[in-house]
Design a protein. Sequence first.
Length: 345
Amino acid sequence: MQKPSLGWQSWSPPFPKWHGFPRWDYSPIKISRKISSPTSKKLFPPIKYWCSWYAYGWDINDQKINKTLAVIKKSQLPLTHILIDDGWTTWGDWHTPDLLRFADFIGLIKKIKSNGLQAGLWFAPFLGNSKSQLFAKHPDWFIQHHGRYLQGLKTLPIWEWFLPQQYLLNLELPIVKKYLTDFVDLAITEWGVTLLKLDFLYAPYFDPRHKSDHAPHNQVSWLLQYIKQNYPQVTIIACGAPFAPSINIADIVRVSKDTALPPNIPSFLNRFFYNHRVKMLINKLQSPNLPKNLLIDPDVRIFKLDSTLTQSIWKIVPEDVLGIGDNLCKLSEITLNNIKLWLSH
């Protein structure tokens, strides 16, 4: 029987598919370096977080985060972090939160901390939206190939034409690297963020100038090392992340696809994806090359979508990193108590 595999990056399926799609599941270049387990990495205490993505998708603002914070406090959920996911700004404009959604971003983070929690923030470091201020001001910071900017989201070639255009930054330019490190400095030292979720880290591997994994490996590890060397107290979650350059630097590495789709997807379809992907997660957790001394992020449990099958599966997921993806403001007291019990076990 074929043994489940981690694949080349965190969204790869546990067993190869004949069609090879979506493209992010499969490396466009040969990955030559073996995954080595960290031997002396300091492990962080277990993390239990609420993630805004599955509750609200892109439609987040300070009011929704504040209401969630109030529910967490009232229900005494034993969470350690609130993770503000995609939607807090336009991709690429990392230095500037969307002021229409977040009038006082620093104040929101301070309020999270005053309630005994830490603030986490999502960003996709290697990509920028075609409608971003960054692209408008610095189109020369982005890679062109045959006269076209490179779409960094990889699914099916035709679908990529209709997806939001998230262009690939040129990490060979020192000014681009400084732009990213300046954001890291800003988020940590001025905003007070203590957890960073770095997403779509596979993107540099799809730069057609790369004929081997050497350059993209170095680009991923460069950013992770910058954060870890300058801010060892900050927790890093690597998501959409090739394992080889991430596993020895990031504090937490995702080992699965998103367990569900954004909340605007019809419930029956989301439930189907949730069941399928939670089962896929368990297969990946059984991979023989899963490092034993690494905190892994299995993504989030969504109690609203749970079935008898997924309830039993989540009971055997390692407890190092537990995430909740429900819209807590719409849950019954009974469900909130079930969440509390799960987080406390």
